[in-house]
Ligand binder design. Sequence first.
Ligand code: ADP
Ligand code: 5GP
Length: 203
Amino acid sequence: MRGSVLVLSGPSGAGKSTLIKEMVKDIGPYYFSISTTTRQPREGEVHGKDYFFVDKEEFQKDIADELFLEYALVHGNYYGTSLRPVEEALSEGKLVLFDIDVQGHKSIKTRLPDITTSVFITPPSYETLKERLINRQTDSMEVIEKRLEMADEELKQIDTFDFVIVNDDLDKAIKEIKAVAQTAKLKKCPASIDAFKTLWKGL
Ligand code: ADP
Ligand code: 5GP
C-alpha cells in the first residue's frame, strides 16, 4: 500500500508545530515535509530541520526547475514543498505530514485528492492567538500584526478542511490530532486498493 497525506493548516501561532512534535511520537512511520522558504530563520531554527532557508533567486530557480509540489507567497515570503522527498515517502508507505498554509492545502487537495486528509488548527479566539504570538517571542510586533491580519483571511477557508481542531486544552488537542492521523493513514488511493484486491485473490 502506498502512503497517505495529512495537511495541517491554520493561523501562524495556532499550535501546528507544537501538535506535530507531540503527534509524531505515536503515529508510526511518517515523513514530515520540510519546506523551503525565503523568510529569515528564527532564533533556534535549523537549516534542513525546520526549513531549507534560501534566498529569493534560489527559490525562483527551483520554481523554474519544477521542483515544487506546491508553493505560495505567505506573509510576503515564499514557502514551497519539494516534490521528490514526498514521492519517496509515499512510495515507502509513510504518512506524509504538511504544515502549510491554506493556499498550499488547496493545491495538495487538487494534486493528491485520493490520499489527502486535512485538518484546520485554530486557537479558541483571536485574543488567544494574539497572546500566543506575543508570548512565543519569535516575531516583532509588526510581523505579529501581519500574521493576525492573515489569520482572518485563513479562517475564511475553514470549511474546506476535513477536520477542525480547536487548540485550547493542549492535551485534548494532542489526542484529537493523533486520532485524525490514524484516520488519515486509512485513506488509500485506487491503485493501492487494486493492488490489495490482487493480493487478496492470491494472484
Ligand atoms: P504554529 O506552528 O501554528 O505557528 P506554535 O506551535 O509555534 O504555532 O505555537 C504558538 C505558541 O503557542 C507557542 O509558544 C506554543 O508553545 C504555544 N501553544 C501551542 N498550543 C498551546 C495551547 N494549547 N495552550 C497554550 N499555548 C499553546
Ligand atoms: P512560519 O513563518 O510561521 O513558519 O509559517 C508561515 C506560514 O507558512 C504557516 O501558515 C505555514 O503553515 C506556511 N507554510 C510553511 N511551509 C509551507 C509550504 O511549503 N507551502 C505553503 N503553501 N505554506 C507553507
